[in-house]
Design a protein around this ligand. Structure first.
Ligand code: PGA
Length: 261
């Protein structure tokens, strides 16, 4: 049974200064450390990650990266090594985000990245989601493929370090055309777990957290976490505002506490 909610902030290519990055991080970490029923993970852009190198390991707060490479060292200009991430104290890495997929990452490459990250000891947040939602459920095939290929040939015990974030692409970012509904998410989560059970086994699949992402805000966080039964949220824009992001952490703490009773 998963109890702690997982709130992940994906800063994407923001902010542009060290001062802003430090300020945002400090405010979020301060709040996150007090929310004992939430695991908060902040994913700054790669150049900022080392600002928090050696961060003390914590059960409720982690540092994450937005992507990592298939190799750990060598002649790979511009890449980010999962082992280096681990060595500076990162605990999580997002892989297969729709913005990386749009930049050319296919399911096979994503699978190689996932394997390398898991091998390095990182927890992987695999993002899946359709670009268009049709009425006939064809989009479900996309999600199935993304999971089956993205997580192919992963040793079963390693699924303990896998998180799946379901993010319909049409609901992401400034060009979002809508937000999914908590009702729809309930069904997506069951569907995703069913696919995961083919890879990890039924029992193990039940304990893989499935998060919702796409235009998450303090307005809809409680619905997704409560009624929608999301194990957590992947937050983009709202993670850049300390006030909004810490409000989402508070909401998650409240929902987690209430559902414990
Ligand atoms: P958004 O981004 O919250 O700004 O829609 C979500 C994401 O890209 O993970």
């Amino acid at each position: 049974m998963i109890q702690k909610k997982i709130i992940i902030g994906n800063w994407k290519l923001n902010p542009t200064t060290v001062r802003e990055a430090k300020e945002l991080f400090a405010k979020v970490k301060n709040k996150a450390s007090k929310a004992k029923n939430v695991v908060t993970v902040v994913c700054p852009p790669a150049p900022w990650l080392a600002l928090w190198a050696g961060l003390k390991p914590s059960k409720v707060f982690g540092l994450g990266a937005q992507d990592s490479f298939t190799e750990v060292e060598g002649g790979f200009t511009g890449q980010v090594s999962p082992v280096m991430l681990k060595n500076i104290g990162a605990s999580h890495v997002i892989i297969g985000h729709s913005e990386r997929r749009a930049a050319g990452d296919g399911d096979e490459l994503i699978n190689q990245k996932v394997k390398a990250a898991l091998k390095a000891g990182l927890t992987v947040v695999l993002c899946v989601g359709e670009t268009v939602r049709d009425d006939h459920g064809v989009y479900l095939e996309t999600i199935k493929e993304q999971i089956l290929v993205g997580l192919a040939k992963i040793p079963k015990p390693m699924f303990g370090k896998v998180i799946v974030a379901y993010e319909p692409v049409w609901a992401i970012g400034v060009n979002a055309t809508g937000v999914d509904t908590p009702e729809a998410f309930v069904a997506q989560k069951i569907y995703i777990r069913k696919i995961l059970s083919h890879l990890a086994g039924t029992k193990e699949a039940m304990s893989i957290p499935v998060l919702y992402g796409g235009s998450v805000s303090p307005k809809n966080a409680a619905d997704f976490l409560g009624f929608g039964q999301a194990d957590g949220l992947l937050v983009g824009r709202a993670s850049l505002r300390a006030d909004l992001f810490t409000e989402i952490i508070n909401i998650a703490e409240h929902v987690a506490k209430t559902s414990k009773k």
